[in-house]
Design a protein around this ligand. Structure first.
Ligand code: SER
Length: 921
């Protein structure tokens, strides 16, 4: 086999399928479209899911792509094996109702033989248990029967990706790498075939024959059009063609390994390879994910990225690297991948900075966290215990930032286990309490001090995020103490500090105070008079009054606070420009995640006003205005036109923050240095906090992009669900289907890159357009469906026959019980009459649901009335379950209610009543 580089393989693949009539589709974002149940794009087919199910109009019927993918199911073994990766690229060709098995198999074989130049005799294939058709196709193409292996569902049935969608049996291509790769046990064993655990046969291409659409309840419905979804791991194919045993030894990944060698001064060898591989793999996932604007966070996708960065830091430490490191791989990654992903070079700096900040954050506590874990494990060992409690593992998470999965990996390695449920319980408790613990402890610390009134901390945090200072006082449980030690909570007062104390709506800073052998985690900063109170926990060592210490705030959090504070000022300015000068601030919260702004204004804001406000703020951001601060005598500040809070008390000197013409305000808070740092601004809620005021909640920074991505993800899913219903009922999307395109994650990203001032407005109006169409089309659909059902219902004599075949006999009564969808009461009565004319003993119990409402119709012949049956009474008690009213005559009754999901139960109430009285009679 001829050696080929990763790039050569990718190009050959694309060219081959282009020549065979496939549209070449670029890789989609790692954020999947239209499927909120999927965290990441895990396969080439993900971006085509709606094309397979027929939920959208087909732009083409055959396609091919090289797709970036992230799969984290085996994250904890990545690095420890030859082939596991969290990031990989997948080559794939797809057919949507176009070609099927025969052509898919022929393409895969031809490409393998002619372009990958794999010798035919080395190719083995697997097929799904009973897929004789696939077997015959392979044989017709010259693969001998003895090299075709049948495998079960676990191996040869693929999908769906996420909790629903296209899936089907598959057939895989394997390369026989020779008996020597099988090891001593398998080498020449004739039973060693594809499917065996050894390394002799390696799968390199999966051909999925999509025949089913799996619903969220796990039901397999036949797809209206069959499809082909093939997937071939690019790194794996490269490994096979380059004759190496590990994907990490292929040309591109090797370059990353070499870069790590030169940056760390370590050699890639048997003892270091796990760390090298972890860093290599995780750097790619993190790089591509942040490139797609997935930001490290506490939940969801962001949490996975945080986990990957932290796991990489842990393994970098094993190579003796104790400083931020991963960020240095961004440069080489751009160089390696820019041919296939040119868009990444423009985001290089942003990706680098995001990784750097996240690494810095974790490295503050990694070392101490590991010591803490060590102490914990030896304590457990001395007590002959092997299970780390949820409380302890949660402490490792909340105090030292160890993701639970990292703790699991670390303790498992040492022969311990950890209590996952308890961990989740602790996490839940913490969510409830959130920051309440320090707020609740807000007592006066200074009253006991003789100089309490004069005590003043110099604030350095406008310019600095780091500083050196001296400890003036330490308080424990509200009382002054000379020192505190590891594990104790304390409040520290310093002579100077970069930590901002909560004020003017802006939350207090968090971060670290460090000295010779100690470290203190600042969890909140508050102010009493002019003294700053650093509240938190001693992570390590002993801290004494008088100690000289170094201080560092959490830079990522502060940056987000600054974004939201400066965003608040721009919002205040925009409100005054757009709504009028009467707008005055009534309250504000500036947190790292969002801002909340209350202001005086008599009525709710219109959509148009909201859009204009957002545009105004985003324009100021796009104008890259320098943020200027000056301290002025109050009178001068007032005459300069700076906005102040009417009922706020100010000193003689005030700080004024101005952003060109966009804003000028009295403010003691911390801000960005240029409005461009805010990136984007979007209003996420508008309402009233009462007292004739309005309240706006807004977000700033790149989270705005993620916010719109997730809105459209949910909307795309709704559109697809609607379209599928239309297809199901009418067989054609043309009638009531929605052809409006919902922006994909990359389209959202591009909107912001193209026009950051208008993007929010454009996207929001797109959202409203789609929502409106969805509503209209849904209403239309329900109406038409009802009509159609009513028609087909009347015209359908088989229905009467089939209902008479499935009656319930209770004594001498013949009961027909049936629930329909969207059938009106008139049609139900017609059906009842037909049944009555066919059987003297029949009692009809009909229900019908439509949207949120339900209808019941009960009918019987006079023969049953004479026996004592009273349809009106029976219906009355059944309707109680439906929250409805109704009644009627003994032979005919009808009524309606809500709770359509309870119709079956309501009819069962009647069945029970009849059984009680008539069974056996
Ligand atoms: N979806 C299949 C897989 O991921 C084939 O592309 O293996």
């Amino acid at each position: 086999m001829k050696q080929k580089t990763v790039q050569e393989i990718a190009s050959l693949y694309i060219e081959y399928f282009r020549k065979n009539g496939h549209s070449i589709v670029p890789s989609s974002s790692l954020v999947p479209t239209g499927d909120p149940t999927l965290l990441f794009t895990t396969a080439g087919m993900v971006q085509f899911k709606p094309l397979f199910t027929g939920a959208v109009e087909l732009p083409y019927t055959r396609a091919a792509s090289v797709q970036k993918c992230v799969r984290t199911t085996d994250l904890e073994v990545v690095g420890k094996t030859e082939r596991h990766c969290t990031f990989f690229e997948m080559l794939g060709n797809f057919s949507f109702g176009d070609y099927f098995k025969k052509e898919a198999i022929a393409y895969a074989l031809e490409f393998s033989l002619q372009h990958l130049e794999i010798p035919k005799e080395k190719i083995w294939v697997t097929i799904y248990l009973d897929d004789d058709e696939a077997k015959q196709i392979w044989m017709d193409l010259g693969i001998p029967e003895e090299r075709i292996v049948r495998l079960g569902k676990k191996d040869n049935f693929w999908g769906p990706a996420g909790d629903s969608g296209a899936c089907g049996p598959c057939s895989e291509l394997y390369l026989d790498r020779g008996p020597e790769k099988g090891g001593p046990n398998c080498g020449n064993n004739p039973n060693c075939k594809p499917g065996c655990d050894c390394d002799r046969y390696l799968e390199y291409w999966n051909l999925v024959f999509n025949q089913f659409n799996q619903t969220v309840t796990g039901e397999l419905l036949p797809l209206k059009q069959t499809g082909i979804d093939t997937g071939s791991g690019l790194e794996r194919v490269a490994m096979l063609l380059q004759g190496v045993d590990s994907v990490y030894d292929t040309d591109e990944l090797k370059k990353i390994i070499q870069k790590i060698e030169s940056l760390s001064g370590q050699t890639y060898n048997e003892s270091t390879k796990v760390s090298f591989r972890v860093i290599t793999d995780h750097s790619r996932s993190v790089f591509f994910a942040i490139g797609d604007r997935i930001i490290p966070d506490r939940t969801g996708r962001g949490y996975v990225i945080r986990r990957l960065i932290r796991r990489a830091s842990l393994f970098a430490r094993k190579l003796g690297i104790h400083k931020p490191f991963l960020f240095q791989l961004v440069e080489p990654l751009v160089a390696i991948y820019s041919e296939r992903y040119p868009e990444l070079s423009s985001r290089k700096e942003e990706i680098k900075n995001t990784i750097l900040k996240e690494e810095e954050l974790f490295l503050n506590t990694l070392e101490i966290g590991l010591e803490e874990l060590e102490r914990l494990l030896s304590e457990l060992k001395s007590q002959n215990q092997t299970v780390v409690s949820g409380k302890e593992s949660f402490r490792l998470y909340s105090t030292f930032g160890f993701p639970k999965e990292m703790t699991r990996e670390l303790v498992l390695e040492r022969g311990f286990s950890f209590h996952e449920e308890e961990f989740e319980e602790e996490l839940e408790k913490d969510r409830d309490l959130s920051r309440a613990s320090w707020k609740g402890k807000k007592v006066s610390y200074l009253t006991g001090l003789s100089n309490g009134r004069e005590l003043k901390t110099e604030f350095l945090g406008y310019e600095a995020s780091k500083a050196e200072a001296n400890i003036l006082y330490i308080f424990k449980e509200g009382k002054q103490v000379p020192s505190v030690r590891q594990g104790e909570e304390a409040v520290i007062v310093l002579d100077r500090t970069p930590f901002y104390a909560e004020g003017g709506g802006q939350l207090g800073d968090t971060g670290y105070i460090k000295g010779g052998d100690f470290q203190f985690q600042v969890q909140d900063t508050q102010k009493e008079n002019d003294a700053f109170l650093h509240m938190g926990l001693v992570l390590k060592g002993e801290i004494k009054t008088g100690d000289h210490v170094s201080l560092e705030i959490d830079g990522v959090r502060r940056k987000n606070l600054a974004n939201h504070h400066s965003g608040t000022h721009l919002l205040n300015g925009a409100l005054r420009r757009i709504l009028g000068d009467h707008v005055s601030q009534k309250g504000s919260v500036v947190s790292p995640d969002y801002l909340r702004f209350d202001f005086s204004h008599g009525k709710a804001l219109s959509q148009e006003e909201i859009t204009r406000i957002e545009e105004d703020v985003n324009r100021a951001i796009a104008q890259e205005i320098l943020v200027k601060t000056e301290v002025l005598p109050i009178e001068e500040a007032k005459t300069s036109g700076a906005v102040s809070m009417f009922d706020e008390k100010y000193g003689n000197l005030v700080r004024v923050v101005s952003m060109g013409d966009a804003s000028k305000e009295f403010c003691g808070g911390t801000h960005v240095s240029n409005t461009a740092d805010i990136s984007y601004f979007a209003i996420i809620k508008e309402g009233s906090p009462g007292a004739g005021n309005r309240r706006i909640e807004a977000i700033c920074g790149s989270n705005v992009v993620a916010y719109f991505q997730s809105i459209f993800q949910v909307l795309a899913e709704k559109v697809q669900e609607h379209n599928l219903k239309v297809k199901e009922s009418f067989g054609d999307l043309k009638v009531f289907g929605i052809h409006e395109r919902v922006p994909s994650p990359e389209e959202v990203q591009i909107s912001f890159e193209k026009d950051s001032t208008q993007a929010v407005g454009i996207l929001r109006s797109k959202k409203q357009t789609v929502e409106k169409i969805l509503e209209e089309k849904s209403n239309q659909y329900f109406k038409e469906k009802k009509k159609k059902e009513a028609m087909s219902f009347q015209l359908n004599p088989e229905l009467v026959e089939s209902l008479l075949k499935s009656v319930i006999k209770i004594g001498s009564l013949v009961v027909v019980k049936q629930v329909f969808d969207g059938v009106d009461s008139k049609s139900l009565k017609d059906l009842g009459d037909s049944l009555k004319s066919r059987s003297e003993d029949v009692i009809c119990l009909f229900g019908s649901k439509e949207g949120e409402s339900s209808t019941l119709v009960y009918m019987c012949n006079q023969k049953n009335v004479a026996k004592g049956i009273h349809c009106g009474n029976l219906l009355k008690s059944a309707l109680e379950l439906l929250g409805g009213k109704g009644g009627g005559r003994p032979d005919m009754a009808q009524g309606g209610g809500k709770n359509p999901d309870s119709i079956e139960k309501a009819l069962d109430v009647t069945i029970q009543t009849l059984k009680q009285e008539w069974e056996g009679k």
